[in-house]
Design a protein around this ligand. Structure first.
Ligand SMILES: [Zn+2]
Length: 241
């Protein structure tokens, strides 16, 4: 189900070839772009062009590694599942809103039609045309919208179901991300504690020792400088003499 949605999103954004990329990308691991190109059976530049297009929307992300011998960069790509699904969710919500308005208008308002030209008019428009067609002169008839309404309502239900599925997939993905964060946090916790203990013990001793040494050194330097000053002043004195 998720793959179907992701294909839809990438297809909207970057065309049919982008749909195939969904099968080759992962949501967690970065995939070498040369592997993607090989499996798509297109050149590396064509592959990059598709991926750049998708990355403009933030639906894929990349890291790059420099080839030390050849000096060029290779990109590794990952699909941003949550962002892609949220895009589809927003799109469906927009479509549903528009369709809902159309349904309401067809339910509550009267429409007229010129059956010869197959042009539809709202009641206000029909009135301003005196209920007759400018093109052919025929009189308008009231349009029967029951069939259109039925189709609209069917589409509305379908989109709503799809939106429901997309929201479920988003919830699943968010749970996955949360789990991952928790795991990573658990991994980091014990390490930090050990580090903190070690860090706390050592600097206390070092500081006191260093402090003393530094003070001694400074005082020595000051003494040296003073003696140098004295020497130079003595030399100057000698020169002056
Ligand atoms: Zn007409």
């Amino acid at each position: 189900m998720q793959d179907k949605f992701l294909k839809e999103v990438l297809g909207i954004v970057a065309g049919k070839q982008a749909e195939e990329i969904v099968n080759l990308l992962d949501g967690t691991k970065y995939v070498n772009e040369f592997i993607i190109a090989k499996k798509l059976d297109v050149t590396i530049n064509q592959t990059r062009n598709i991926l750049y297009k998708i990355s403009d929307y933030g639906f894929v992300s990349s890291i790059r590694k420099k080839d030390k011998k050849k000096g060029w960069y290779t990109y590794f790509w990952k699909i941003e599942i949550l962002k892609s699904l949220n895009f589809l969710k927003n799109l469906l919500e927009k479509n549903l809103n528009q369709l809902e308005l159309q349904i309401k208008s067809k339910e509550t308002k009267r429409f007229y039609i010129c059956e010869r030209c197959n042009i539809e008019f709202s009641e206000e428009n029909a009135l301003s045309h005196d209920f007759s067609c400018d093109e052919c002169g025929s009189l308008f008839t009231i349009k029967d919208n029951t069939k259109v309404l039925r189709e609209h309502r069917r589409a509305y239900e379908l989109w709503k179901k799809q939106l429901n599925f997309v929201e479920q997939e988003i919830a699943k993905e968010e749970k996955k991300i949360e789990k991952k964060k928790l795991k990573e946090a658990e991994k980091e916790k014990p390490k930090k504690k050990v580090k903190k203990k070690v860090v706390k013990k050592k600097p206390v001793k070092k500081k006191t020792i260093k402090g003393k040494i530094v003070k001694k050194k400074v005082s020595k330097k000051v003494v040296k400088k003073k003696s140098v000053m004295k020497k130079t002043s003595k030399k100057k004195m000698k020169k002056k003499k």
